[in-house]
Ligand binder design. Structure first.
Ligand SMILES: C[S@@+](CC[C@H](N)C(=O)[O-])C[C@H]1O[C@@H](n2cnc3c(N)ncnc32)[C@H](O)[C@@H]1O
Length: 279
């Protein structure tokens, strides 16, 4: 059976490709980095990898709760969240193609709306858990404050906000180095990227009325072979390599990204935090 004929509730992130993906009309030289990697077949698009996501979800305690996921992308984490048996799942992605993909992955158990996470239109105090990965990093300072405020508005008191983003280390990192990292990341991934230190991420959450319960980090190994075998499986890695061999623009982009990640590997990581709403 071809993947397109699978019943919708049995579709997974790996089943979507080509025109179904966001930005399918754009050439590989100009695609935002995460959609370039998605076109190549990568499905785990957050800096700390699937294992850090799984630890984060264990601490978010989604079982039996109402879950909202900001920016689910291709729905890889949506599948993990459903594995925790939530009472309900709502994805919120601003890209209509991503929202359509996630809608099919969670069909029968939840749905996905096309909206900006800073203004979801969902009812106040309607969620027990809000999850968001690899999405705050790419916002302006004001943009991420608005998204965190929206998470606080959606959560019931005591509800958990789980984030997984690009981190900087150590907390004392020099401002000049931070600025150089931001500039080079933006140039190579072609999306504004503003990673923060653990202290800065924690302060943002505290300012919005959260208390931090758990913090963990993993190396930023998005393009490392070992991480990719763990996250995408051998078949997934072979698919990525095959697609890379066919697309010279994509190869050159990936090499540039990898060079930037390697240059700053001491100072960038994947950081995950679970905080609860006070009050
Ligand atoms: C890097 S991908 C992350 C996908 C997924 N969370 C993951 O970790 O694999 C970024 C996703 O965030 C979505 N996105 C970015 N900013 C957003 C916002 N303000 N509101 C809703 N979705 C957003 C994009 O459309 C895209 O699907």
């Amino acid at each position: 059976m071809g993947t397109n004929s699978l019943p919708t509730s049995e579709r997974h992130a790996e089943d979507f490709s080509g025109d179904e993906l966001p930005f399918s009309e754009r050439d590989s030289a100009h695609l935002p980095g995460h959609w370039l990697l998605a076109r190549l077949g990568k499905r785990v698009l957050r800096p700390g990898g699937l294992e850090l996501t799984q630890h984060m979800l264990d601490h978010a305690k989604a079982e039996g709760g109402d879950v909202v996921e900001f920016a689910p992308g291709l729905g890889r984490t949506a599948t993990e969240i459903l594995g925790h048996s939530p009472a309900s799942y709502i994805g919120v992605d601003e890209d209509p193609k991503a929202a359509a993909i996630v809608g099919q992955i969670v069909a029968g158990r939840g749905h996905c709306i096309t909206a900006n996470a800073s203004d979801t239109g969902l009812p106040e105090a309607s969620a027990d858990v809000v999850v968001g990965e690899a999405m705050l990093t790419m916002q302006s300072d004001r943009g991420r404050q608005k998204i965190i405020a929206e998470a606080a508005r959606l959560l019931r008191p005591g509800g958990r906000y789980a984030i997984h983003e690009l981190g900087l280390q150590p907390d004392t990192l020099d401002t000049k180095v931070k600025n150089a990292i931001r500039k080079e990341l933006a140039q190579s991934i072609k999306v504004s990227a503003r990673p923060l230190t653990a202290a800065e991420w924690t302060a943002l959450l505290k300012d919005a009325g959260f208390e931090v319960d758990w913090v963990d980090a993993a190396p930023m190994a998005l393009l490392n072979m070992k991480r990719n075998i763990a996250d995408e499986g051998i078949i997934g890695v072979l698919r990525i390599v095959k697609n890379l061999l066919k697309d010279s623009q994509a190869r050159s982009r990936v090499l540039t990204m990898k060079r930037t990640f390697t240059k700053y590997k001491k100072h960038i990581n994947g950081i995950a935090i679970v905080a609860h709403k006070l009050g």
